[in-house]
Design a protein around this ligand. Structure first.
Ligand code: GTP
Ligand code: MG
Length: 203
């Protein structure tokens, strides 16, 4: 099988560690590609699809699986950062506080190295107030935001364009922010996501 070089770089990604606090965050200057989004939206599954390995980042049918900042290194070139999900109603208040403090600490500590901020939403639903806050936050810091509208396999093809417009308008995104219809399960839209990850990365 012959894969384009950027797809190969992602396929060679390795798990490095789970960070429970800032001491575990990457300390180098390599670019970070961050995957953020509501609990259960498919952040870990998206990383699995990109690296082409099913059990790579952990995935669960029960939300709240990713509880640390999970760090993967793709061929010594870029970090893939799997964040805990936000907004799961059944998580205890204390845990929610811990996750959001960790997400916040990560984003602030690493902001200057973030090459792409991939906000993952569920294409079937209107983005939530938390999704909107994340999109606003990323833009307010001038981070290069792209939105992945995941679980597109759950829609009829004829519904996809309409839902992308709903996501764009609820998140109030300017045309400059790309929204990609994606399915982590079926890998639809993967080439587009890979292109977005590597755009502006040189070489
Ligand atoms: P947390 O770590 O809890 O924040 O969740 P997450 O955002 O990492 O989601 P995860 O990848 O664990 O996926 C949650 C559930 O959604 C799992 O049951 C996945 O199999 C399912 N899922 C993820 N992506 C897709 C997709 O594209 N299509 C379908 N049909 N299911 C998906
Ligand atoms: Mg996860």
């Amino acid at each position: 099988m012959h894969l384009p070089v950027n797809a190969m770089i992602l396929r060679n990604a390795q798990f490095v560690r789970s960070a429970a606090d800032p001491s575990g965050f990457p300390g180098d200057g390599r670019p970070r590609v961050v995957f953020a989004g509501r609990s259960n939206v498919g952040k870990s599954s998206t990383i699995n699809s990109l690296v082409g390995r099913k059990g790579f980042a952990r995935v669960s049918a029960s939300p709240g699986k990713t509880v640390f900042v999970n760090l993967f290194l793709a061929e010594n070139r870029l970090w893939l950062v799997d964040l805990p999900g936000y907004g799961y109603s059944k998580t205890s208040a204390r845990e929610k506080e811990r996750y959001s403090a960790l997400i916040d600490a990560y984003l602030h500590a690493d902001m200057k190295n973030i090459h792409r901020f991939m906000l993952i939403v569920d294409i079937r639903h209107e983005p939530t107030a938390d999704d909107r806050l994340m999109a606003e936050w990323a833009q307010s810091y001038g981070l290069p935001l792209a939105v992945i509208a995941n679980k597109a396999d759950k829609l009829k093809p004829s519904q996809v364009a309409g839902q992308l417009s709903v996501v764009r308008s609820v998140l109030d995104l300017p045309e400059s922010v790309p929204i990609i219809a994606f399915s982590a399960e079926k890998h639809t839209g993967r080439d587009e996501v890979i292109k977005e990850i590597f755009s502006g990365m040189g070489e």
